[in-house]
Design a protein around this ligand. Sequence first.
Ligand code: SAM
Length: 234
Amino acid sequence: SIEVVDVRPHERHYGVYMVRLEDGTERIATKNLTPGKRVYGERLIKWGGDEYREWNPYRSKLAAAIVNGLKLVPIREGTHMLYLGAASGTTPSHISDIVGEKGLIYSVEFSPRVFREFMEKLVDQGRRNVVPILGDARFPYQYAHYIKGVDVVYIDVAQPAQAKILADNADYFLKPGGYVMLVIKAMSIDVTAPATETFKQEINTLKERGYEILETVHLEPYDTAHAMVIARKK
Ligand code: SAM
């Protein structure tokens, strides 16, 4: 693979790094909380005595949003998050790197098969700031007893009515002043086409539930169907 010539902190985002390659291209990465361990076949980069994991925007919609210029990433050292739709933990693993030992990511996934893969990876890596929860995001009361207040609720469940599910979870778990992050089905492949009805409806639901939309970023070319929306309760 192409040699790394520089690693430096991202100008804007805490815990995100810019990796410059010999050919002049740049990638993003996070500092590996569990050195030596890969999560999804990503490249490990040793630099200045630390190890970084390349964060692939084709595999993680949050990475795609950051590469596409998302300004507001409300994730810091020590952030506590509720992550709905963890799948096998690709994006949660990078958030786990960012929030560090004092952070926590309650990660809900409802497919038992996918959840088992997620658990196996967590056990193998020894990531202690990720709390896996086998549960259905549509029914937050089912896992309410596991979770304390969080700073951020993130949703990527690839289901209709995500905004409602998000707001219902936020009602239970989001601390006052907290943020929500919503991966939403947005556009046709043509970026100049108007937003889809689904997109408008989801945004409306958030507004009706008292959220102010702070930022929206489309994920092309990494993902042709989705956008990332950041909002905050008014
Ligand atoms: N966010 C992941 C990442 O970036 O690494 C990918 C998430 S994938 C697009 C959507 C996941 O949501 C699937 O694993 C699916 O099983 C899960 N899911 C769908 N409906 C759900 C629900 N109601 N509750 C919890 N998880 C759900």
